[in-house]
Design a protein around this ligand. Structure first.
Ligand SMILES: Nc1ncnc2c1ncn2[C@@H]1O[C@H](COP(=O)(O)OP(=O)(O)OP(=O)(O)O)[C@@H](O)[C@H]1O
Length: 283
């Protein structure tokens, strides 16, 4: 397994405020990784550090190959046409693949003579994405590319990103607040919370090892052997999200957790973690 991105003990401060603390993760090549976390968790700081725009105060970032970064506020010039945007990209990037960029935009039905300011938000995102992809990166880093797009445009952007990933060897790291947008597209999950990496792993593996248990009220610890990530209590039932399968107990019913439940449970329990061994900490 080749590692496309590895961060080791990454710490970043803005003056005295620590935005990232001791972040270590490894992303295998060819994965599409979702980076999720609440406002202020450090997602943009992590992406900027991976893209080389910020220098860490401690720790290291290692990327296998070239990185292309698409910032949150789509880096396009409003007064340029789409064709001029591509010309600009070609002049700035030695490894630029013009045939790919032109064909991709034609396939998406985006007219080359249209001014960027006259494109829809979804089309602007597609142009910015095309500029990033035409640089032929090994690692594509996207900071909230779906923000301010309607659900249809979000779906189109993610689907076209999947086409790009299927066409070439590419690893993608994409931040978003909307977990539902990422479920069909991403196969790796990174949860960042309060500047720390809380979860990093294969989504199917994570889902397979987490359960939602429902059982008697007043038993927040759950059945024997349960590793509780989060518990919520009502006066009648206890609901737990647990990692690993506890011993069978007839008082508790179990069902698989979905991705949103898993993410929310970790975000509400900043002390819990699901990280790979040997560096990992059990929930
Ligand atoms: N330029 C800056 N100067 C000072 N503090 C900053 C700066 N940029 C970010 N921060 C702080 O660092 C922390 C992490 O911010 P960051 O933007 O990385 O979070 P985020 O997860 O991307 O948030 P959001 O989801 O709101 O975009 C926050 O507490 C933020 O206020």
């Amino acid at each position: 397994m080749t590692t496309a991105l590895r961060t080791t003990g990454l710490t970043v401060r803005y003056r005295r405020r620590r935005a990232l603390h001791d972040c270590s993760l490894a992303l295998p090549a060819g994965r599409v990784a979702a980076l999720v976390g609440p406002n202020g968790a450090g997602k943009t700081t992590l992406l900027h550090t991976v893209a080389g725009l910020l220098a860490p105060d401690a720790g290291e970032v290692a990327v296998a190959g070239e990185v292309a970064f698409m910032a949150q506020d789509k880096p396009l010039y409003d007064t340029f046409t789409v064709a001029e945007t591509l010309t600009f990209g070609r002049r700035l990037n030695p490894g630029w693949d013009d045939a790919y960029a032109t064909a991709r935009l034609a396939g998406l039905g985006i007219p080359p003579d249209r001014r960027v300011s006259r494109l829809s938000g979804g089309q602007q995102t597609q142009v910015a994405l095309t500029v990033a992809l035409a640089r032929r990166p090994d690692l594509l880093v996207l900071d909230e590319p779906l923000a301010d797009l309607d659900p249809l445009a979000r779906h189109d952007v993610m689907r076209s990103l999947m086409v790009a990933v299927a066409e070439r060897p590419l690893t993608v790291l994409i931040s978003s607040h909307v977990v539902a947008d990422l479920r069909d597209t991403c196969d790796w999950l990174i949860v960042l919370n309060q500047g720390r990496v809380q979860v990093s792993g294969d989504i199917d593996d994570l889902l397979a090892e987490h359960l939602v248990l429902t059982g008697p009220a007043g038993s927040a610890g759950g059945p024997a052997g349960a590793r509780v990530v989060e518990s919520s209590l009502t006066d009648r039932r206890t609901r737990l999200l647990v990692r690993g399968a506890p011993a069978p107990d007839p008082r508790w019913s179990a069902r698989p957790a979905d991705l949103e439940e898993l993410v929310m449970a970790y975000l509400r329990s900043p002390e819990a973690a699901a990280l790979p061994a040997p560096r990992g900490v059990s929930a």
